[in-house]
Design a protein around this ligand. Sequence first.
Ligand code: ADP
Ligand code: MG
Length: 682
Amino acid sequence: MDLFQMPISNLSGVSNARLMYFQKLGIFSVGDLLYFFPKSYENRMNQKYVAELSDEESATLTVRILDVASRRVRQNLTLVQVMAEDDTGTLKLTFFNQKYLLTSLKAGQEITVFGKVNRRIGYFEMTNPSIQKASKGGNFSENFIPKYPLTKGLTQGVMQKIVADGLVQAKEHIEETLSMDIRQRYCLCELLYALENIHFPTGEEELQAAKKRLAFEELFYLMLGLKKLKLQQKKMAGPKLVNYKIAEEFAKKLPFGLTNAQKRVTREICNDFKQGYQMNRLVQGDVGSGKTMVAAMAMLICAKSGYQAVLMAPTEILARQHFEGLKTYFEEFGVSVELLVSSMKKKEKTSVLTGLSEGNVSLVIGTHALIYDTVQFQKLGLVITDEQHRFGVKARSRLTEKGENPHCLVMTATPIPRTLALIIYGDLDVSVIDELPAGRIPVATRIADETKREKVYEFVAKELAKGNQAFVVCPLIEESEALDAENAIRLQEELQKTYLRDYRIGLLHGKMKADEKDSVMNQFANGDYDVLVSTTVVEVGVNVPNATVMVIENAERFGLASLHQLRGRVGRGQKKSYCFLNLADEKARKRLEIMEKTIDGFQISEFDLKHRGPGEFFGTRQHGLPSMKLSNLSYTMETVRLAKEATEQVLSEDSELELPKNKRLRKAVQKMFSEHSYVNQL
Ligand code: ADP
Ligand code: MG
């Protein structure tokens, strides 16, 4: 029986009332349950409360520290004495010659201790116990207790029992997906063993073996699925777009010459158009590398070949900016282009929709509003998504479904190290714009601690006095737009009252309505504001060449990729530009120093990869990928490399995964991609 067909309601302890909580966690089947991994572990060998202890017993307790003191008993004997308690009683901990504990243990902390207890009058005492900060998870060599990322309504104890029962029930049904050959070559344990030990490790080594196997498995399925998709797509007939001479004429009309990288990537796209197969291409190019022009040429070729094209941007501001920037160029070539965003009046929208479905409108630029069913094309030939990391694969495919295998171009300014790009974008061909337009002056970047904050704003004021403009960005405090908005409002008020009182300060945040945002952004672009205080809304692609300063408050709260994106908002004109990373937490300085050293996004992402591992890149940044179940930390570059090697080896022998020995593997890959609209193709 298939694990993912076994309902969890069969397990003891899963009442109807509890079923709902499991569903909230995305757990429907026993398979889902076994692949719901702990976030950490605690050693709880003989876990007890103080009131349950008996004299001379070895036990583990979790207690709160009340007081820490030290006492020198004689020349070479110092005692550290800790008074602690749980809800049931008092525990005294005595350490011999471990003075360093004085600095690491503090009143109020919760710790887990393991050792032998002695009964005293009114309390228990433990001498030289092993200790562990309670939240840390297991470092003890045996008996790990899993801690799951639960929702309200389920306790760790209940979950543990149910998982244990799940493992017993599933035992006979767990099917090994990796061949003996692969397991041996890469030293991977069996699936059953891995699942047992990821939930209830018998020791540290066993836990590591389980993680290694499961991380490998996950990356392997992912790469197999993406690679297979790519092989399949290569065979899909696509519109033949032939009028690529028009791109040259377009380039002649620009006030600047295209960079070599822009030309190369445009050629790569034209080659795809000629083939007669559907194009699935990613254009990776750093902020300001001029991706828009490449997209524009592709759109024009498409229109001049008798097809329609669509460009989708993640925000209305950006969509409008693309539209305004490209409209006149397109119209010069007699190509009709329209904007479609949700804030437009119904009448305007209807007219665009009619134009598209009847084929009178060749090109459309817009936002998510484009994916609705009401948007129909007469003959869609090309779908372009800008800043594609902001969209799921679903949004993209809902657009492509509006035509017959239209060509797909996705553009991203999030540089990903080459080694990973080939994997993460495994279903796409990758083009790289690795050259900035000539004459760009690198943005000078400085990290500033709190003592320098005043200096930073004095500098900003000087720039403003010259007629330049500035961005000030404040970070995401919570996952809440309301709080972010408040934060931005306060910052605007502060600056208006203090350092920047002589200047006009605009405000932009996620709680504002689309048209409000738009009007503020436009006012800033037109120079009606000197300063724009903003949340990260401003991150994506906005172009204001007169802005020469960017201040990022609480820079420590941002990842390097975001900082790089934000910084890309300045230095887009001919003037020297500056970026200040204001720190409230000095500890972050080391991590951010790379920002002072380079403006090359690829270099920054390589640095990120080296220091934080590849997990990040598979997680939050890539909304398009199937979700990965293991924590980011479990992926290493080594695992990535091995999984890639195995993928190539398996597909070279059996590109469709049709051989009987690959049957389970195929099923596992399909399962991983099953929440994705492209599953049908696998
Ligand atoms: P991004 O790759 O970040 O989307 P854009 O397409 O917005 O970059 O281009 C950034 C700026 O550079 C725009 O003002 C654009 O007009 C300009 N630009 C694009 N290509 C060139 C070029 N070859 N030479 C000079 N400026 C260019
Ligand atoms: Mg852009």
